[in-house]
Write a protein that binds this ligand. Structure first.
Ligand code: DGJ
Length: 375
């Protein structure tokens, strides 16, 4: 009889706890809180760092680096994590989209560096195409390759295809009006940056921090820090988005830029990036152009107000056009915590347009109602 009583008590307690947890999980977020813990549908802080978003079939998919606790978490021990959301506030864990390999000879062996994954959909092949920055295991940041994986379903599983340095043997594309002195001459490289370009010409350009952008005409571009980060390359991809075509522009040559994020508004291309200070924050920088292949104009820091000199503690990773809203773009940044990588936070802030200029202001909390509806 006594045992029966305890069993009954235990059942009541379990049901009670379960329903309390359920209530906790059922609370739906209705705003963004930059820099705070961001629980997923299981109540666990979202683990998708250096990420990017894809909008498909009325759903947003967020792909990013899955980090583990401690300093080891800066290396890829698990893979690329995927989450889905209908409203951008509440995210469902969709699991690991691309898993690192247990085979230590594989390019994406567990312990490699796999950063800033971005996924786009290719209408021709009907495949989801993921590009990322890859460093082979145990080789620091010297390999600087672009990695490719594809999948039939948006959430994966993604299959690793290859990794390489882009555009081997190709000279850059120059917009009309570029003077001869501005063009790289590998017989006499004029600057440090040109020197790295020429050094890497036979084997392909270094490809570190990166993004992928699909233009209105369906063409896709891979944007990456090249030449020991001294230049950004904007490189055209083939029709399947799986190869570099050899056409690319060099942007902001000679200045070290990381974390590029591109978007297009009213026919103008915008790019936001950062300086290069490891995991520590620095001032963001923005550029604009009338053509994706340039010329690109440098405009300085888009952030304003307190904390703007360090991008509010973050580093750009993506700019999201919000579906169904006018002039609505979200600046997404990572607030890195390299000593405990898994604790990295996300800073999402609205971009404000001032004519053709942009501004990013800090907000403790905000919602999509800051944007106007289309129509
Ligand atoms: C800054 C880059 O933006 C990150 O993705 C990462 O590569 C760190 N540097 C490593 O220090």
């Amino acid at each position: 009889m006594k045992a029966y009583k305890y069993l009954l008590l235990a059942i009541c307690f379990t049901i009670g706890t379960a329903s309390a947890q359920k209530t906790e999980k059922a609370v739906q977020a209705q705003s963004f809180s930059p820099g705070q813990i961001w629980p997923d549908n299981n109540g666990i802080h979202i683990n998708a760092h250096g990420g990017g978003l894809l909008y498909a079939k009325s759903t947003y998919y967020w792909f990013g680096e899955h980090k583990i606790a401690g300093g080891a978490g800066n290396r890829a021990m698990v893979g690329v994590h995927c989450y889905s959301s209908k409203d951008l506030y509440n995210w469902k864990d969709e699991g690991i989209a691309l898993k690192v390999s247990a085979d230590s000879t594989n390019d994406i062996a567990k312990g490699c560096i796999l950063e800033r994954p971005k996924v786009v959909y290719n209408k021709k092949s009907k495949k989801y195409v993921m590009w990322f920055h890859l460093e082979l295991r145990g080789q620091g940041y010297k390999v600087a390759r672009a990695g490719l994986a594809t999948a039939d379903n948006v959430t994966g599983p993604y299959t690793f295809i290859k990794s390489y340095r882009p555009n081997a043997g190709f000279m850059p594309f120059y917009p009309e009006g570029t003077s001869e002195t501005e063009k790289v001459n590998c017989d006499h490289p004029a600057t440090k940056s040109d020197g790295f370009f020429c050094r890497d010409l036979p084997g392909g350009q270094m490809a570190r921090d990166m993004n992928v952008f699909v233009d209105d005409d369906g063409k896709a571009y891979h944007i990456f820090s090249a030449e020991e980060n001294f230049t950004l390359d904007i490189a055209e991809l083939n029709d399947e988005f799986t190869e570099h075509t050899g056409k690319f522009a060099r942007v902001y040559v000679g200045h070290q830029t990381e974390a590029p994020a591109i978007f297009k508004h009213n026919g103008i291309y915008y790019m936001i990036g950062s300086g290069t200070t490891g995991w520590a924050p620095n001032p963001a920088r923005w550029f604009s152009a009338k053509s994706i292949m340039g010329p690109w104009t440098y405009h300085g820091n888009p952030c304003v107000g307190k904390g703007s000199e360090i991008t509010f503690g973050g580093q750009s990773t993506y700019v999201l056009p919000v579906a169904g809203k006018k002039d609505a773009f979200i600046f997404m940044a990572d607030k890195w915590t390299p000593k405990d990588a898994i604790d990295g936070r996300y800073l999402w802030l609205p971009i404000t347009f001032k004519g053709d200029d942009i501004e990013i202001n800090w907000l403790d909390t905000w919602g999509l109602d800051v944007f106007k509806k289309i129509g």
